[in-house]
Design a protein around this ligand. Structure first.
Ligand code: GRF
Length: 207
C-alpha cells in the first residue's frame, strides 16, 4: 500500500529562488526585483548584489534594503581571467540558484558561466542591436519599434536563448534618454515576470 501524502507536503511551497544580481548603474531593474521579493511569500529573494565599479546606485539600493554587496573591478586584477575567477568566487559565496545581469556592463567570463545559470536584460529587441549601445543604435538605425529582451547568457554578447521580449514604439521626438526610460518601464516588468516564471518552473536547474 502506498503511503498517504500529508496535506502539508502537498501545500509546501519550494524555497524561494536565490538570486545574485549584477549591476553597473542606477539599479532600477534591481529595485524592481527587490520590491517584488518584499513579500514573505515571494518566489525569489535577492541574496546579494555585485558591481563592476564603485559608487553605483544599484549597490546603494541594495545597502538600503539590507542586502549583501560586493564590488569586483576589472582594473584591480592582473588579468581579465583573474577578474572572472574572483567574480565567480564572490558570486558562489552567496550560493545563488540564478545570477541576474541587470544592467551589468561587462561580458561575463568562462568561470562565471561554467558555474552559474545567468539571465540578462537588454534594452533592444535581440537579435537586433546587441552590445552596450542598444538604445542608441536602434534610434540611429531609424526603427519605429524597439524594446527589450530577457535572455539566457552564453559566451557571446547578447546572443543566448531568448526568454521574453516587450515592444516599445519609437516617437518622432525621442532621444536616447527618453526612449531608454520608456523601455526601462517595460524592462522592469519583464524581468520580474521572467524571474517569477523561472522560480515557478525550475526544470532549467536540471537542464
Ligand atoms: C537597462 O536598460 C539595461 O538593460 C541596460 O542598462 C539599463 C540599466 O538600468 N544594460 P538600471 O541600472 O537597472 O536602472
Amino acid at each position: 500500500m502506498s503511503r498517504a501524502t500529508t496535506p502539508d507536503a502537498v501545500d509546501a511551497a519550494p524555497a524561494p529562488l536565490g538570486l545574485v544580481v549584477l549591476v553597473s548603474g542606477s539599479g532600477s531593474n534591481l529595485q524592481a526585483l527587490i520590491d517584488a521579493s518584499a513579500d514573505e511569500a515571494a518566489p525569489f529573494r535577492v541574496l546579494a548584489v555585485g558591481a563592476d565599479r564603485d559608487g553605483t546606485g544599484g549597490v546603494e539600493r541594495a545597502q538600503r534594503a539590507g542586502i549583501a554587496t560586493f564590488v569586483a573591478r576589472v582594473p584591480d586584477y592582473v588579468t581579465r581571467a583573474d577578474w572572472d575567477l574572483d567574480l565567480e568566487r564572490q558570486v558562489a559565496g552567496h550560493h545563488p540558484d540564478l545570477v541576474v545581469s541587470a544592467g551589468f556592463m561587462k561580458v561575463l567570463g568562462p568561470a562565471v558561466l561554467a558555474a552559474h545559470r545567468v539571465v540578462n536584460t537588454h534594452p533592444a529587441l535581440l537579435p537586433s542591436f546587441p552590445g552596450a549601445h542598444g538604445v542608441r543604435d536602434a534610434l540611429a538605425h531609424g526603427v519605429r519599434v524597439t524594446g527589450c529582451t530577457c535572455h539566457w547568457v552564453d559566451a557571446g554578447v547578447d546572443t543566448g536563448p531568448i526568454l521574453d521580449q516587450r515592444a516599445v514604439r519609437v516617437e518622432d521626438d525621442d532621444t536616447v534618454e527618453t526612449l531608454h526610460e520608456r523601455i526601462k518601464v517595460l524592462e522592469r516588468e519583464m524581468l520580474v515576470e521572467v524571474v517569477t516564471g523561472l522560480a515557478a518552473d525550475r526544470s532549467w536547474l536540471r537542464a
